[in-house]
Design a protein around this ligand. Structure first.
Ligand code: GLU
Length: 489
């Protein structure tokens, strides 16, 4: 099969964080470029001056890099179609504005914001569709001069052709039709000369030779305006693929109430980027004839196709993400997981950064023992608490009640003696001690294992007991047992 290399782009507005939905859009674009041997661009759509910030741009770029989504052209990396921020492209927009004005396809509109709003109010009152009435469409030169004399500065409005059906042939949603009469003449240049998104995006996609626009479903309603502009300018209309929304588990649009919605929140909790990528790609896409769900980015670069993107909305299932992240944590190189876990230990006040270098081997072993149980790395704080915090602390009543059993003081005293006798609590000791305790005290099963576990960790369940013994080491074990015995009186 012959694949045409596609030029695609991710065009975030720098008005906040990188949202999970935006990251998925970026990923789909990236994968589609790779799959077709084409190019992936990132450009910044900063037309919303009031909300755009350079901090946001930095965060978005940083998070894309973190996810491993790199681009061939655009912001930071440069290329032949720059600049890659809309507001730096104003000069490039001008000829297109002039062309539309000269051909009578756009016009200067002198209505003030208040007047436009009043017209809309009136339309609502008459049960009409609120849209611009076209009041300034056919102003005479005298009328224009009069307005200018009043100090009014015009916007440029696009003249929407009447009675047209605008067809969006969407690669995900199929054919979607819009009636041009519902659109209303829209502003393409504000009175301060700044371009409006719907106009800038068309010129940018045109000049950047974008072949397919892959973006979120929320932009579908902008597409008819954009198609009208392409047609008015007599330039190629790109293909469109609008990817469905991501929903929360209650099937309403994914938002803060459903949990973390920003990529950097997942970074902060210790999710791995490859798990996020793997999870995101499955929100709306699935490979053909493959049951497997774990994919690396490079596998996805070969597997991805737009025709396997569904138009059904995807539901964000955090349990699935947690499961998947856990899989990646277990498979990852232990040194990397240790590096990523250390900041959590430091943050929790367990160790200082300096100590983390000195105690690296010990920390690595803790991470190795704990990672079996982790969904995301921040959870290591709880799992590893026992190695840093000597205070007596029971996770729940069940744990506390285990120590109230009659045989516990004898069991703990015997255990203490055995620990006292050895120089180090090593694997050999840790794996033979329970048989010995069972023989000498008669305690077995839960009464043996869980009681020792609770005495050492305050928890009924957790890491392998053998690992706990070894990682605590002789001194800490003795201190703890003494504390428990004192507490039991
Ligand atoms: N700047 C838009 C956004 O951040 C994207 C528009 C587009 O992809 O055409 O939602």
């Amino acid at each position: 099969m012959n694949i045409t290399p596609e030029r695609v782009r991710f065009a975030p507005s720098p008005t906040g964080y990188l949202h999970i939905g935006g990251a998925r859009t970026a990923l789909f674009n990236y994968l589609y470029a790779k799959k077709t041997g084409g190019s992936f661009l990132v450009r910044i759509e900063d037309t919303d001056l009031a909300r755009s910030t350079s901090e946001s741009e930095e965060v978005i770029i940083r998070d894309l890099h973190w996810l491993g989504i790199h681009w061939d052209e655009g912001i930071e990396v440069g290329g032949d179609h720059g600049p890659y921020r809309s507001m730096e492209r104003q000069e490039l927009y001008q000829p297109f504005i002039d062309q539309l004005l000269a051909e009578g396809k756009a016009y200067h509109c002198y209505c003030t914001q208040e007047e436009v709003e009043a017209q809309r109010e009136q339309q609502r009152a008459n049960h009409e569709l609120p849209r611009y009435t076209g009041k300034c469409r056919d102003l005479t030169e005298e009328q224009k001069a009069q307005y200018e004399k009043e100090g009014r500065v015009p916007v440029v409005r696009f003249k929407v052709p009447e009675d047209q059906t605008i067809l969006v042939q969407d690669l995900v949603r199929g054919n979607v039709e819009f009636d041009s009469n519902g659109v209303g003449d829209f502003v393409i240049v504000k009175s301060d000369g700044a371009p409006v998104y719907n106009f800038a995006v068309v010129i940018d996609d045109h000049l950047m030779e974008i072949t397919t626009v892959i973006r979120g479903e929320e932009h579908l309603s902008n597409t008819p305006r954009q198609i009208l502009l392409y047609e008015a300018l007599n330039v190629n209309v790109p293909k469109f693929a609008h990817v469905s929304l991501i929903l929360g588990e209650d099937r309403s649009k994914m938002s803060k109430r459903h949990g973390s919605t920003h990529v950097d929140q997942y970074y902060a909790k210790g999710y791995l980027p490859e798990a996020i990528v793997n999870f995101l790609v499955l929100l709306g896409w699935s490979p053909e004839d493959i049951e497997e769900e774990i994919f690396t980015l490079s596998e996805l670069e070969k597997l991805f196709s737009l025709d396997r993107v569904t138009k059904n909305p995807a539901v964000f299932d955090i349990k699935k993400l947690n499961w998947m992240n856990g899989q990646y944590i277990r498979k990852a190189d232990i040194d990397r997981i240790t590096d990523l876990s250390i900041p959590f230990f430091v943050q929790a006040g367990y160790i200082t950064e300096e100590e983390s270098t000195i105690k690296r081997n010990w920390l690595t072993k803790i991470v190795e023992a704990a990672r079996e149980r982790l969904e995301y790395l921040e959870q290591i704080i709880e799992h590893a608490r026992i190695f840093f915090d000597d205070s007596l602390h029971f996770e729940n009543e069940e744990a506390e009640s285990m120590l109230q059993l009659e045989h516990v003081p004898t069991l703990l005293k015997t255990f203490r003696e055995k620990v006292e006798e050895v120089d180090v609590v090593d694997t050999e000791f840790a794996s033979s001690i329970f048989k010995i305790l069972q023989k000498e005290t008669g305690a077995k099963g839960k009464n043996l294992f869980m009681c020792i576990r609770v005495a050492l960790s305050g928890q009924c369940h957790g890491m392998e007991l053998v690992d706990i013994l070894e990682l605590l080491g002789k001194d800490k074990i003795l201190t703890r047992i003494d504390k428990v015995l004192a507490y039991l009186g």
